[in-house]
Write a protein that binds this ligand. Sequence first.
Ligand code: GLY
Length: 592
Amino acid sequence: MRRTARSVLVSLLAVVTAAGGLVVPAVGAASKQPVATGTGGAVSTVELLASRPAIRVLKRGGNAVDAAVAAAAVLGVTEPFSAGIGGGGFMVIYDRSSGKVTTIDHRERAPFAMHPESFFENGEPLPFNDARFSGLSAGVPGTVRGWAQALRRYGTMRLRTLLRPAIRRAREGFVVDQVFFDQVNGNVAYFDDITTTEAVFLDADGTPPDVGTVFRNPDLARTYERIANRGPRVFYRGGIARAMVQAVQQPPLTSDADHTWRPGVMTLRDLEAYRSLERKPTRVNYRGVDVFGMGPPSSGGSTIGEALNILEGYDLRNLPREQVLHYFLEASRLAFADRNAYVADPAYFAVPLRGLLSEGFAAERRELITEEAATSPVAPGDPYPYNGSSSSGSRGEASVTVERSGSTTHLTVADRSGNVVSYTFTIESIGGNGIVVPGTGFLLNNELTDFDYGSTTHPNRVQGGKRPRSSMSPTIVLQNGRPLLAVGSPGGSTIITTVLQILINRLDLGMTLPEAIAELRLSQRNTPTTLAEPAFLETAEAEALRARGHEFTSVPEIGAATGIEFLTRRLMRAAAEPTRRGGGSALVVNPR
Ligand code: GLY
């Protein structure tokens, strides 16, 4: 098999391109900054290579939606194991001209032929890796339609223009860093089963590209070019669509593949029928500001909103830090119990969203919180009386949240006119379903494992045409109708607690956004133990929480947030991670 991606050793200063031109690697760690303050627009992503083209778009007069699409397309090249055109996402947009917040749902959908037992074999659900590394787990990708819809409704520039930096980056390459290496390395045992994935992402000896070499993806450059030249439809019908269907139905196995890859059922009709949807955001008022998030099929907006409503009953500003954290963990625990029971694709399940976000329901849930840690799983509450319904509807059982490492990426953009984009997109696990679509250079998602695929009755069970429940939580906060901050993160279901913790840090505890992002993280999702970053476990707060009955599981890091806060009407501060996942990149158009 021809190698479509080539990694070559680079000199420290320059790379000779295939065409013989000189490209100075724009990845010098020294120029990647996690905080930037200024005017004229701001961008925060996990990657300087993505933040820079977005800033250029803003400088050329593009708006926040234009810049978000440009950055996202580059991330599809440089963060191919986290997000890309083989997946889906949710974009939350504050549109300055109308003063409204809206959302573009381009979540993947299950092929029409899927059913509640699609992931069952011999009466039992498949183990996670068997479900993930298969054609079955791939949902119909939504990203290309999402970008196109966002631009058509709210952008000012053409997709073909905005894809240019990503095409160039895919063709000229970028320097492999430790995160990229580790993400390939964690998948080698499966990547080397698939001819196309091996060809794109592994070196000739079957190992990941070395740190410090240049990684190029000319097939992805050509795929982007086709979309640029012929529009988003080219992705959903014709050669690219046929290649996707073929890859799903018959994963291209190497002769020495050592795993069983089950075929999926995606068809051309599934791809042609895919539509992204503009939806209303969720909204809660928290201490006088309006917090807008992503509604179902994401559980992000409803779960953060419910937890904030619960927390509003405490004077967090004036409590000792460990007590604040205790209430944060307990509110998260209860909100997750409700999320696990009631949130699914609203086209398939009547989500009692009004009830979940009502202050009455939050007050009822708050009454369950004591000064001791509860024991998970706690049972879901009954939001139906607060939902305007006379009788209680169906619900899932009390359940702990399934622990899975998530990939995903988040970016945040604001322009000089005051438009804001908070955008999270994903291919689900790091490396998606492990299948590069032949000739295209992109990985397919494994988003359908976000269904409760082991249940035939749960609201979030697998059904044909349905979108799996998500935890993605792109968030925008308005104060008096004007942007105050925007934030989001990757991290599977920990996305929700990461965004919630940042909001509390910023809105209640007096931290700046960079401080709120840098703070050590905890994550309680109705699980028997609470995830915590290692340094937190050494603190006095951890000791005090243990005395309240909290038990912790140490994880190296939680999330990789990016955000922007508005210091005045014109002055913005972009913030990214100082260290998590290697640190992010914050830039502004006119630095102060
Ligand atoms: N696949 C990550 C999420 O949607 O929550």
